[in-house]
Design a protein around this ligand. Structure first.
Ligand code: HEC
Ligand code: HEC
Ligand code: HEC
Ligand code: HEC
Length: 446
């Protein structure tokens, strides 16, 4: 389920002083796969380290990250979840003795590094802890605590660059979609696992954030540009989907393709709620399961602003992928490969992109316009579009493209979109369309 953002988090008065800092390593290994030993959450959570009860005045970082994580962050209870009744049922359905000792579950619900990479204080029960995201502390903890190392030195010693949108997208999606090392299948969902949904910018801000995007953050790490983060998140999510489709170890289950890549609601919603409508972006008929193309739809909408001809190509290739899925496995792989070739070079372009206020405005209009054209008749696309609009509105507010009052007003109108996507199985595309019209009418024109 999607959580709405906390209002105006990190809002106002931050001027963009630096372009997003570039980092030496292009594709750093994820914390799970890198060589470092993991020391455990207890080595980060001391009261004079990141375990302060309240944020410290005058410190660059908040220092109460541990408390935020422990009290409010679902990652802290990810392991506990594996002991719940729900998990017991999933494990039973899958024929597992239990969920909390099964790698199939621990790989995403804990920092399940091999035992030789667990130091003495390491506890698997800590769930998705600091080092699951920030990297094993073996080499960086010492220099980091000494206070003498700067951020670049920490990164060289194995701190994972979570501030880098592309690296962060790969990190989060490795669990929130799965990757070659952590696989979630329709069988696991069929056993009772909830559907996975993800949008990098929204999820970064609702985790909840244990960092403040203040002037000091911007000075040290560059602006966290919500729209760029959203855009890069879409590109990496698209790539993750296509990679999974192209991976022979992950792309089929017996005679069937892997259903996890498909639109869940194409197969799962009450038959009494007849709601199928044609959609230009897939062009396939009723009664046929269709691939989940929500990220591809978003890619095309955002590319409308960056490169209109590329946007047209992505739409064209997306349709071809859908058509190919009717023809068979080999045709689908061919189409997925072609599409992946279009997406890959895009990430570097998005990294170098700095959207102007006009771009942001146009981007919001494009996302709304695509919906009015009928791109969001499927639930997953409406869900992505809602999170996209909220990321763009935050970016507009931070860039001074709307006043604080205008931002608050827009966030209120956007509540209608969140209400319309609250229950996925009851989603009504016509209701969502009506909300989009309200949003369109409310966008400040100056
Ligand atoms: C090691 C795997 C892993 C990684 C890496 C990871 N997550 Fe998660 N995340 C989870 C699991 C598992 C849950 C569900 C926890 C539970 O409820 O038991 C979760 C839950 C969440 C939720 C709450 C979702 C909801 O519907 O309530 C948010 C938000 C979130 N993660 C954001 C992120 C972001 C942002 C990143 C990257 C910076 C990230 N996660 C990286 C495994 C991971
Ligand atoms: C590819 C990573 C991945 C794997 C593998 C995985 N999970 Fe999850 N699981 C997640 C994420 C991410 C969430 C949070 C989903 C969200 O809310 O967006 C989650 C949520 C859940 C929830 C709901 C938690 C809540 O707070 O409502 C349960 C229960 C669960 N998982 C159990 C399991 C069990 C049992 C297994 C093993 C059979 C398993 N998971 C395997 C990533 C994974
Ligand atoms: C699910 C992933 C995830 C987990 C778990 C996590 N963090 Fe973070 N952390 C992030 C992200 C994303 C950011 C923001 C991007 C950045 O600045 O690196 C961040 C930022 C930070 C920052 C930098 C703030 C700044 O102003 O520069 C600190 C310090 C931090 N985290 C400490 C912790 C500690 C301590 C824990 C464990 C108690 C923890 N984190 C757990 C993802 C995570
Ligand atoms: C191509 C059609 C299709 C798609 C797409 C599909 N499923 Fe399924 N799903 C099925 C079938 C068939 C079953 C088995 C139903 C049964 O046993 O009654 C099933 C079973 C399930 C069940 C168990 C239902 C029960 O009654 O116990 C869950 C939960 C589930 N799917 C979730 C998902 C999620 C989440 C997605 C999207 C990621 C998804 N499904 C995509 C066809 C599909």
């Amino acid at each position: 389920m999607v959580h709405q953002r906390i209002l105006a988090l990190g809002f106002s008065a931050v001027v963009s002083m630096l372009a997003t800092a570039g980092f030496a390593q292009d594709k750093p290994l994820l914390p799970f796969s890198a060589a470092s030993t993991h020391l455990g959450v207890s080595s980060c959570g001391g009261s004079s380290c990141h375990g302060a009860l309240e944020p410290w005045d005058g410190s660059t970082v908040l220092q109460n990250e541990f408390i935020t994580w422990q009290e409010k962050d679902p990652h802290a209870k990810a392991y506990k979840t594996l002991q719940s009744e729900e998990s017991k049922r999933i494990a039973r359905n899958l024929g597992l003795p239990n969920a909390y000792e099964a790698d199939m579950c621990l790989d995403c619900h804990a920092d399940n590094v091999p035992t030789e990479r667990r130091a003495k204080g390491f506890e698997i029960a800590d769930g998705v802890g600091c080092e699951s995201c920030h990297g094993g502390g073996e080499r960086w903890l010492g220099i980091h605590v000494s206070g003498r190392a700067d951020h670049a030195e920490n990164l060289n010693a194995g701190l994972f660059p979570t501030e880098n949108a592309e690296a962060r997208a790969r990190l989060c999606l490795s669990c929130h979609f799965g990757d070659k090392d952590r696989v979630i299948t329709h069988r696991i969902m069929g056993a009772g696992h909830p559907r996975l949904a993800f949008e990098l910018d929204t999820y970064t801000m609702t985790q909840p954030a244990h960092f403040a995007l203040d002037a000091d953050y911007v000075r040290r790490k560059g602006e966290m540009d919500h729209v760029k983060v959203w855009a890069i998140g879409q590109a990496v999510a698209t790539e993750s989907l296509l990679d999974a489709m192209l991976d022979p170890a992950r792309n089929s289950d017996g005679i069937f393709p892997e259903f996890v890549f498909y639109d869940c609601h194409a197969c799962h919603h009450p038959m009494s709620n007849v709601r199928w409508e044609p959609r230009e972006t897939h062009g396939i008929g009723p009664g046929i399961p269709r691939l989940n193309d929500a990220n591809l739809i978003m890619m095309a909408a955002l590319l409308d602003q960056v490169d209109a001809s590329l946007a047209a190509q992505v739409r064209d290739r997306t349709r071809q992928l859908h058509q190919a899925s009717l023809k068979g496995h080999d045709a689908t792989l061919e189409a997925a490969k072609t599409l992946r070739g279009l997406i890959e070079p895009l990430i570097a372009r998005l990294n170098a992109w700095s959207p102007s206020r006009q771009d942001l405005r146009a981007m919001l209009s494009a996302v709304i316009a695509r919906g009015l054209k009928g791109d969001y008749v499927d639930y997953s696309a409406a869900e992505q579009a809602t999170m996209a609009m909220s990321a763009i509105l935050d970016a507009m507010a931070r860039a001074g493209a709307m006043s604080e009052q205008q931002h608050l007003d827009m966030v209120k109108v956007l509540d209608g979109a969140y209400a319309a996507i609250l229950k996925d199985e009851e989603y009504n595309p016509r209701q969502f369309l009506a909300v989009l019209q309200d949003i369109e009418a409310a966008v400040p024109r100056s």
